[in-house]
Design a protein around this ligand. Structure first.
Ligand code: MTE
Length: 298
């Protein structure tokens, strides 16, 4: 299975270059069949967004509003030591060191599209593992129906937090069944290397069928709840940002059409691409929303 790596690796050594290169080489040599069976909805590797674009065109408002601010200023964020507090309706709550969070999780490569609500997209070769593995380990209790996430908020290391650009800490949430879907990842790296700080090191959420703002970075707390948790963007502007935020070309954002997208790295004059329902992952996730009006639950 090319996108699975040994499960006993830690963040600091999850991504040796040689392993990554040999895995990619294997994908090429083994052909499309092996690749398709392990990375559903994958793009051909040739369509990957260049690493340079993924690491310099960012949204991470803790470091400023400009797309170039995170790569300029995130260097000041301390990510070692790092721990994640797991709280709420779980059997084994507590503060887990990063190494403990990663312990026994099957870290591997997952090539996913990321579609931002602003109308651009990327194709990113993440390294990470399904969030479900961690949730199963801490044991959601029967009353848990949602999962809330929180990002580090350290004004002395984060100029955007200091200037109160948003109501920090940045918070997000998923329904528990969305969080348990195999597509939902905790990412530790990209392009075979540990995550850059501007991309949400050392650990960030990736939910590929939802707009990018759901993919919360630099996670320090995960809480299992019985009620729907508040989310940063919904709290700021509920008419523009819903809790679900599923990619949906048929439901426009008040300020941006969601029907098409610009692929970052292709140049500004490249033709826009049609946006796909659930960002192309309908086969995997449409069933989560059976009977829901997605124009109301946007
Ligand atoms: N997480 C935090 N903590 N703060 C943020 O500002 N921005 C979100 C999301 N996660 C954001 C965040 C938005 S709007 C997008 S599009 C993606 O991160 C961008 O991820 P990338 O910069 O790695 O491409």
């Amino acid at each position: 299975m090319p996108r699975r790596s040994p499960s006993d690796l830690r963040w600091s050594d999850v991504t040796p270059k040689s392993l990554f290169l040999s895995r990619r080489h294997f994908i090429g040599a083994a052909g499309a069949l092996a690749f398709a069976s392990t990375a559903r909805a994958a793009e051909p590797p040739g369509d990957l967004t260049p690493r340079e674009a993924i690491t310099t065109y960012n949204n991470f408002y803790e470091f400023g509003f400009d797309k170039s601010d995170p790569s300029k200023y995130a260097g000041s964020m301390t990510i070692d030591p790092w721990s994640v507090e797991i709280a709420g309706l779980v059997d084994r709550p507590g503060r887990y060191d990063l190494a403990d969070v990663l312990k026994d999780q099957p870290i591997g490569e997952h090539i996913y599209r990321l579609r931002c609500v602003e109308g651009w997209s990327m194709v990113i070769p993440w390294l990470g593992f399904p969030l479900a593995g961690l949730l199963n380990r801490v044991g959601p209790q029967s009353g848990a129906t949602f999962v809330a996430f929180e990002t580090l908020a350290r004004p002395e290391e984060m100029p955007g937090v200091k200037r109160r650009l948003l109501d920090f800490p940045y918070v997000e949430g998923l329904r528990l069944d969305e969080a348990m879907n195999p597509l939902t990842l905790l990412a530790t790296g990209l392009y075979g290397d540990p995550l850059e700080k501007q991309n949400g090191a050392p650990l960030r959420l990736v939910v590929p069928w939802k707009y990018g703002f759901k993919s919360i970075k630099s996670v320090v707390k995960i809480t299992l709840t019985s009620g729907q948790p508040p989310t940063t963007w919904q709290r700021l502007q509920p008419s523009e940002y819903g809790f679900y935020a599923n990619v949906n070309p048929g439901v426009d954002h008040p300020r941006w059409s969601q029907a098409s997208e610009r692929r970052i790295g292709e140049g500004f004059f490249a033709p826009r691409r049609d946006t796909l329902m659930f960002n192309g992952y309908a086969g995997e996730v449409a069933g989560l929303y059976t009977g829901m009006d997605l124009a109301v639950n946007y």
